[in-house]
Design a protein around this ligand. Structure first.
Ligand SMILES: *Cc1c(COP(=O)(O)O)cnc(C)c1O
Length: 393
């Protein structure tokens, strides 16, 4: 057995990263300084966005989007059941209601046809869908063309929870996130493509919206002369609505700037690992490997391998335990959000509401994918997976 341990994802920090953080630690500004603007500019340049607002984490980013877009009590927000809790929770923070549209079985992202069915169902009851939070799950872009057409037809706000997909491409467009969605959310948690420890950002081409996000990020307080009702002097600020302290620090942004430079090389490594797994699992019908649509390039935040546990009569839990014995710590992304007790209780969701998501949950296993895994690691991981399944027949 190996002494090395493997998890489904892991950060990659080098000397340049460390030195850039140390430099800011020695400067005058630990927070609210110039490195934040620099990071925002670097993000906007990289992802083709006119504006960017960095913040405390991706969940804060989603909350700021919800408030910045004016969601409030009674509004209806639709998202995918296969996502992290925060994609739905942000609606709850704003007092809004949540519903889901099931995933497409090929891309594991929100199915535009099912989304349209849901919108029509509510229209018949005279209820308007205020916004759709689509998630580029695992790093595979949603069907953004179809989502944008629905947005134009039904007039909802379109959000890309882009936490998995920086580095992905849709229709040869690296900048697709901002080009299709009204607001884009990012996270720089260590398990994501590049990290600031904790951190997040909101991207948009709408200046007014980003200005609002930046005010809400700092308690709702502003010194913007266009907004002030009066001005008592240089110390003066006003609060017009309540915000939060969702700021990020300058030394985190220094790490972000340094990490962002390596995003494309990180993505290349992830694609090589994915190609190895694709090749390894493709001819074994116990597995389903992730499909990449022809119009897309995958960013592989995750490698969601489906194992047909139910057909094989194998317990997923037992499989996890066997992998743990091999020092391979897998994860499952995600428990369908509608099956969380909170959502069941609040909105009456139940087992069977979103069958594609529920079947996917039964089968999905996130296997290790991150820069630094070498051929020997991949042989060990794939060998252990097959070995565990063979031993459980
Ligand atoms: C990570 C993640 C978030 C939340 O980001 P944090 O920085 O952990 O708050 C939201 N949505 C998705 C899809 C994520 O993967």
């Amino acid at each position: 057995m190996k002494s090395k341990t493997y998890s489904y994802g892991k950060q990659n920090i080098d000397r340049d990263d460390i030195e850039s953080v140390v430099e800011v630690l020695k400067s005058d500004w630990l927070t609210q300084g110039p490195t934040i603007n620099e990071f925002e500019k670097a993000l906007a340049d990289k992802f083709g966005s006119r504006y960017a607002a960095a913040c405390a984490n991706g969940t804060a980013g989603l909350h700021l989007i919800a408030l910045g877009l004016g969601w409030s009590k009674g509004d209806l927000i639709v998202t995918t059941p296969i996502t992290f809790l925060a994609s739905a929770n942000c609606a709850i923070y704003a007092g809004a209601n949540v519903d889901f549209a099931d995933i497409d079985e090929r891309s594991y992202t929100i199915d535009p046809e099912k989304l349209e069915d849901k919108i029509k169902y509510y229209r018949a009851k005279n209820i308007h869908v205020k916004a759709v939070v689509a998630v580029d799950y695992a790093g595979h872009p949603c069907d953004w063309e179809a989502l944008k057409n629905l947005k134009e037809k039904y007039g909802f706000q379109l959000i890309n929870d882009f936490c998995h997909a920086p580095g992905a491409e849709y229709k040869n467009d690296y900048h697709y996130a901002v080009n299709y969605a009204d607001a884009v959310n990012m996270s720089f948690h260590p398990v994501k493509h590049f990290t600031t420890g904790e951190g997040g950002a909101v991207l948009s081409n709408d200046r007014e919206f980003i200005d609002r996000v930046k005010i809400l990020r700092t308690h709702g307080a502003t010194k913007d002369p266009r907004i002030l009702e009066k001005n008592d002097g240089p110390w003066y600020y006003e609060m017009h609505e309540v915000g939060f302290n969702y700021r990020i620090t300058d030394f985190q942004c220094a790490l972000g700037i340094s990490q962002l430079k390596k995003l494309d090389s990180f993505i290349n490594e992830r694609r090589k690992i994915a190609a190895y797994y694709d090749e390894f699992f493709k001819n074994d019908d116990r597995f389903i490997t992730p499909i990449v649509n022809e119009n897309s390039k995958h960013a592989y935040h995750l490698y969601p391998l489906q194992i047909k546990f139910e057909e094989l009569g194998i317990s997923k839990k037992e499989f996890f335990d066997k992998m743990k014995e091999k020092n391979i710590f897998l994860q499952v992304h995600y428990i369908p959000v509608h099956l969380q007790p909170f959502y069941k209780k609040r909105f009456g969701f139940k087992e069977g509401d979103f069958p594609e998501a529920e079947l996917f949950y039964k089968r999905e296993v996130s296997i290790p994918i991150y820069p630094g895994l070498n051929e020997e690691d991949l042989e060990y991981i794939t060998g252990s997976i097959v070995g565990a399944l063979d031993s459980m027949k």
